[in-house]
Write a protein that binds this ligand. Sequence first.
Ligand code: PEP
Length: 249
Amino acid sequence: MRRPLVAGNWKMHGSRAEIATLLDELMQVDSAKTTAETVVCPPFVYLQDAIRRLKESTIAVGAQSVCAEPIGAFTGEVSAAMLKDIGCRYVIVGHSERRALYHEDDHLVARKFVAAQSQKLTPILCVGETLEERESGRTEGVVARQLDAVLTVASVAAFADAVIAYEPVWAIGTGKNATPEQAQAVHAFIRGRISARDDKIAGGLRILYGGSCKASNAAEIFRMPDVDGGLVGGASLKSEEFGRICASA
Ligand code: PEP
């Protein structure tokens, strides 16, 4: 049985004070009731505040990105060892905004995945197609390519301690979510691709859906057999809404 997971990607939002308030509200919501594992991913500079504040709670903290290199002259970057050092447990790699805006290619994403695991951080690997790729029938090809890049640099065994997030680019921040059936089809494809290499690992792998996930659509998407929770952007900045999404996982 896979334990559902809901992760909030706060992107570059919030001030120190706003994040403190949000965390306090989330702790109340979280202790109220949810079987889902909850993770929040604040901006780098607020990670340590969040980790301290959530010390007594069950909510874990993740980073939104990580450097592929372990140490050295990489101005502006943050290493996996540093994230581990302050108590981070998860890290998002390959978010579509990183791929599109910062030109992170499949190979770099794969190296970030490996860097995270080298410090026992759990990577949340984002994959997903653009609208143009979907409309030209290339969804599976794109997702396969993104997955295979990691399978080449790491191995299927690495997915025993990883999470995948299927995030169709056309659904991120657009208010237009994938239908439960569209999400299920790609999630099943992802699980099948891992299963072709290792059935047991595929069976235990958590695959999250992300893309305009809200309290009003989460339950029907999470009900699909291969959907194990969500990676939530905008709606994770509202404690009540995020709490309802977690409760529906
Ligand atoms: C995301 O940023 O990963 C995301 C899914 O955003 P949103 O929920 O706002 O579409």
